[in-house]
Ligand binder design. Structure first.
Ligand SMILES: [Cu+2]
Length: 131
């Protein structure tokens, strides 16, 4: 009798924990960059956002995998933080000044925005993530 009770209690706890674990959301998207320094910069900027649990950028694929608490932050904030550090994402382009300050090895190829490029809105709309 007692063991049965403990068993069901354990199962209750386990199911509660798995619901809790699903709180974190994982997203992958492209971030422009070149080298290991970029990797540090990108991951640091990403992790500086409140609610981000982990960030892993791959310099070969240029894809970052971010896991975050959707209640504490959203993808938009994460993209903003990365672009502020000087790296283009598919949602936000880095400002020219920050990009220009990057070390030479980090100057990834970007489609040069002629003067005030307002034609780079291709990144928007492709995501169904807005609520
Ligand atoms: Cu770099």
């Amino acid at each position: 009798m007692k063991t049965k009770f403990l068993l069901s209690l354990g199962m209750l706890l386990a199911s509660g924990l798995s619901v809790f674990a699903q709180d974190a959301k994982t997203e992958k998207f492209e971030v422009k960059g070149n080298c290991g320094m970029c990797e540090n910069r990108i991951e640091k900027a990403t992790k500086s956002v409140d609610g981000v649990k982990s960030a892993d950028w791959d310099k070969e694929t240029k894809i970052i995998e971010v896991s975050f608490d959707p209640e504490a932050t959203d993808l938009h904030k994460i993209h903003m933080a990365i672009s502020k550090a000087g790296h283009d994402t598919d949602m936000h382009k880095a400002g020219k000044e920050v990009y220009d300050k990057l070390p030479g090895c980090c100057k990834y190829d970007r489609e040069e925005a002629h003067d005030h490029g307002d034609h780079d809105h291709g990144g928007h709309g492709g995501h169904g993530e807005h609520e």
